[in-house]
Design a binder for this molecule. Structure first.
Ligand SMILES: Nc1nc2c(ncn2[C@@H]2O[C@H](COP(=O)(O)OP(=O)(O)OP(=O)(O)O)[C@@H](O)[C@H]2O)c(=O)[nH]1
Length: 332
């Protein structure tokens, strides 16, 4: 099904798949079991901290957070940082905030660590919460300490580095990476502010062992919180295509110089591969002998499609649009 872009943009999106085939996928396999260990260690360090800064991806503000965080670390004041706002479509930001408030999350900040947006809002919020809370045995301690938690690859280390940059004018203290699972050493304690003297504990990303649905798993994977090969790069590319088309985000057509939007992943990846020169010659045995045919490198094309999306080149996206639409209308 291929339609010219100009024809498409006027259409109401009815031409696109209404649902993504989710059957038969074993989501449990995508989520490594070792993560529970990290959570235990975090729990045992809880007495050292005054506040929890939970970082999550602003493209999935209403899904994919690890419920175990609340269950095990929920006693301390809590700030939710929705990071990567530069990649998120936040037209419905107020609705998101209202919904989170309804769930008891009153301290929410949207940030971008690559654009240094709203980073300066984080420390005053943490300071206010710590000063307004009962610090138990830490009451005498003039140093403040917050633990930075979250699922993998949401920007925990980047946030710590951005806070150091903003408040101390200092460079990177903790390693940042495009793949999930970069922060492995549990609990490095890093100074981010002089006044008040504030330290942050960086922690490894911990996914929920109970992912609600395959679709939530796919959203998490699109955000790079799960290693792509565990899901399958072509499956993930197909879910991305499905999402972009449903949201009428046709930037990929222009980016790859395609002659129209399309909902069939094989034909999109074929064109992407040809466009990028990611093709390979293979020998095929026919009735009349061997012939060389040019075959598109589908996995390479899928990787490029995902990388391009994640770098923001296909435009901002709200992967929780379905969740937002299913919410009751907010009170005026
Ligand atoms: N576009 C964008 N990318 C970001 C932002 N913050 C972090 N990143 C990128 O996201 C990736 C992961 O960042 P990290 O800071 O390593 O994430 P983490 O949560 O510490 O990752 P783990 O150690 O796997 O738990 C890196 O490629 C960062 O450059 C942001 O605000 N916007």
């Amino acid at each position: 099904m291929r339609v010219a872009l100009h024809a498409l943009c006027g259409a109401a999106g009815a031409a696109w798949r209404e649902s993504f085939p989710l059957g038969g996928r074993d989501v449990a396999r995508w989520f490594p079991g070792h993560m529970a260990k990290g959570l235990k260690k975090m729990q045992s360090s809880l007495k050292l901290v005054d506040c929890i800064i939970e970082v999550h991806d602003a493209r999935i503000p209403l899904s994919g957070r690890n419920p175990l965080f609340q269950e095990t670390l929920g006693l301390k004041p809590h700030v939710l940082v929705l990071n990567k706002m530069d990649l998120a479509d936040l037209k419905e930001q107020q609705k998101i905030i209202q919904h989170l408030e309804g769930e008891g999350l009153k301290n929410v900040v949207f940030t971008s660590c690559v654009k240094d947006e709203n980073i300066k809002q984080v420390m005053p919020l943490v300071r206010g919460l710590v000063e307004g809370s009962y610090r138990y045995h830490r009451g005498e301690n003039l140093e403040y300490c917050a633990m930075v938690i979250g699922i993998p690859n949401v920007g925990k280390s980047s946030l710590i580095n951005a806070l150091r940059r903003q408040h101390l004018g200092k460079g990177k203290a903790t390693r940042v990476g495009g793949e999930p699972g970069i922060t492995r050493a549990v609990m490095s304690r890093i100074q981010v502010c002089d006044w008040p003297l504030m330290f942050l504990l960086d922690t490894p990303g911990v996914l929920s062992p109970r992912i609600e649905s395959v679709e939530m798993g796919l959203k998490l994977a699109l955000c790079g919180t799960v290693l792509d090969h565990l899901v399958g790069e072509e499956t993930l590319a197909d879910y991305l295509l499905y999402t972009l088309n449903r949201h009428q985000l046709f930037g990929y057509v222009q980016h790859y110089g395609l002659d129209g939007a399309c909902d069939d992943v094989a034909s999109v990846l074929k064109r992407v591969a040809v466009r990028l020169g990611k093709t390979q010659k293979v020998k095929v045995l026919t009735g009349t002998g061997d012939v060389n045919v040019i075959q598109p490198n589908y996995p390479a094309a899928a990787r490029d499609f995902l990388r391009t999306f994640r770098s923001g080149l296909l435009g901002p996206v709200m992967l929780d649009r379905d969740v937002l639409q299913s919410l009751p209308l907010a009170d005026p």
